[in-house]
Design a protein around this ligand. Structure first.
Ligand SMILES: [Cu+2]
Length: 556
């Protein structure tokens, strides 16, 4: 068992969300927090109470989601528009109050209108009272990776992506990579003479999966999402959108032999962050997107290889060896997207109960009747179904609308939500969780649910569940993990589901509320690849949860 954590203190923070222009060479309005991109790092202790006052200066609504936090008892603070709140209108504010739990590495981001793809992201570091791998590091550095788009995601790119003029549903391809807001070959990470360093890597990209390595160093992975793992060593690893990986390095183990003879010993080395280009649906070496204005005579194509510098001392210095010399870039391990599953074991064993419910989610993309390609869970694309307001039934139909949060609707009719109860189907001997026609799944409080995601799409997708973490039991790349590691699965809040493959997850539905389950690629969310888990509406009432309606202007 994990050691008991102590009660925390109250941390008051004020965030102003507004457009900002971080790069002189770009006129793109980036969505910043306190006029910074990425937003300021929140660094607190586990169980601290955060009071974050968010002031919206954008000309449109906004919200902030605190990724990976459970929000037990504060279900209305999750920041998910349509599920837990209405958007904060322009020139209005809202204070998010919640416990920093669980500890670990995470991030906050916008959850409305592609604002996160346009920059509304920031690190959220929650220190545990006891860090199990503390002996492996003396200092730590955070790297938050983002896809950079020259065009505005929340207008130009969104409307192009979801239009009949994009019949192949080509996602907008990033124009660059920014890490901590800096482009390739401009970010220096200084060790300041320390040898034992923990890196917290956050993939805050809208689209891209990355691999990470550091020249000449082994990486000792100690945390996946917010779960401590038994330290294990890799030369590189993959990180999908919204996932976090912490690893430690020991600079004492750096060997100057990677520097070719005749060159001076190096005082800095390359950190390599590489977009996994094979996930893009086009050849990025030649692709010119149709939405580009043809004003650039010599277009620059997206370079998936990002370089940062890890300098041993405290002053910036460049490596003495060439970036692209033979052997400096370790080959990616085979089966890279899923190495975590076979190598990683949780630091603390958890009690994993047997499943008593089943939920199958089939993922697919296809054209709707208006010629727009949308994404579907079980043939339902979220949010674009017309509302059926003519129903005369007494049962309450849940509506998907930014202006009527599902959580509020649950509190209005805890006993009469119009979603069928679980039934036995041919898919499983366990009762299968059912949904209404709009992608709302009713999950009994306390159910132990096995989620089986069948991905019929040829792309890999990172699926995220709000309000919980889940055990990853197995995927189509590592089906043997289920039996090999029974009772010792790692919990994450985001799972990478292989292309044309599957994943099997398990979670205990012990946190009543309205929780989104969705692909974390922003474009796929726009295409409707979401579901809402309606967990234990009666338990929500029994726990005396009251939904305080926001000011009227929020929900108009
Ligand atoms: Cu996706």
């Amino acid at each position: 068992m994990a050691p008991m954590a102590t009660e925390g203190v109250v941390r008051k923070i004020t965030f102003t969300v507004d457009n900002t222009y971080p790069y002189p060479q770009s006129s793109k309005p980036v969505v910043g927090v306190n006029y910074a991109f990425p937003g300021p790092t929140i660094e607190v202790n586990e169980n601290d109470t955060l009071q974050i006052r968010v002031i919206n200066k954008l000309p449109q609504g906004t919200t902030l989601h605190w990724h990976g936090l459970f929000q037990r008892g504060t279900q209305d603070m999750d920041g998910a528009v349509g599920a837990t709140q209405c958007p904060i209108p322009p020139n209005a504010e809202m204070t998010y109050t919640f416990k920093a739990f669980p500890g670990g590495t995470t991030w906050y981001h916008g959850h409305y209108l592609d604002q996160y793809a346009d920059g509304l992201v920031g690190p959220l570091i929650i220190h545990r009272a006891y860090e199990p791998s503390q002996a492996l590091y003396r200092t730590e550095r955070t790297l938050i990776i983002t896809d950079w788009y020259n065009d505005v995601c929340r207008t130009t790119l969104n409307s192009w992506y979801l239009s009949p003029s994009n019949p192949d549903a080509i996602e907008p391809i990033p124009d660059g990579i920014a890490v901590n807001g800096k482009f390739s070959e401009s970010l220096f990470v200084n060790a300041n003479g320390e040898k034992l360093i923990r890196f917290r890597i956050i993939n805050a990209a809208a689209f891209s999966m990355y691999t990470v390595s550091i020249d000449g160093l082994q990486l000792k992975i100690i945390e996946l999402d917010q779960t401590p793992v038994k330290p294990y060593t890799v030369s590189s690893f993959a990180i999908n959108v919204a996932q976090r990986v912490s690893f430690c390095v020991d600079l004492n183990q750096f060997n100057q032999s990677i520097v070719p003879s005749g060159l001076a010993p190096t005082k800095s080395i390359y950190i390599r962050i590489t977009a996994m280009a094979d996930m893009y649906p086009v050849d990025i070496a030649t692709y010119i997107p149709p939405y580009k204005t043809p004003s650039v005579l010599f277009p620059t194509f997206f370079n998936p290889s990002y370089l940062a510098y890890l300098t041993f001392g405290s002053s910036n210095s460049l490596p003495t060896y060439p970036a692209h010399q033979e052997g400096s870039n370790p080959p990616p391990p085979g089966n890279i997207s899923d190495t975590n599953l076979l190598d990683a074991r949780p630091f603390y064993r958890t009690n994993i109960p047997n499943a008593n419910h089943y939920l199958k989610l089939v993922v697919d993309f296809y054209e709707d009747s208006s010629g727009i390609v949308r994404a579907y869970f079980n043939d339902i694309t979220y949010g674009s179904n017309p509302l059926n307001l003519t129903s005369t039934k007494k049962l309450k139909k849940l509506r998907s609308s930014p202006n009527i949060p599902l959580l509020y609707q649950m509190t209005q009719a805890p006993n009469g939500i119009d979603i069928p109860p679980p039934i036995i189907t041919s898919d499983s001997p366990l009762p299968s969780i059912q949904s209404d026609k709009y992608g709302h799944y009713l999950i009994p409080y306390g159910a132990v649910v096995d989620i089986y995601i069948e991905n019929r799409d040829a792309g890999e997708h990172p699926f995220h569940l709000h309000g919980y973490s889940f055990w990853i039991i197995a995927t189509s790349e590592n089906p043997q993990a289920e039996n090999l590691y029974a009772g010792d699965y790692v919990q994450r809040d985001t799972v990478s589901v292989p292309a044309s493959g599957w994943a099997k997850l398990r979670f205990v539905a012990n946190n009543p509320g309205a929780w989104l389950f969705h692909c974390h690629i922003e474009w796929h969310m726009d295409a409707g690849l979401l579901a809402a888990f309606i967990v234990g509406p009666q338990q929500l009432a029994a726990q005396k949860f009251t939904y305080v309606p926001p000011p009227k202007k929020f929900c108009q």
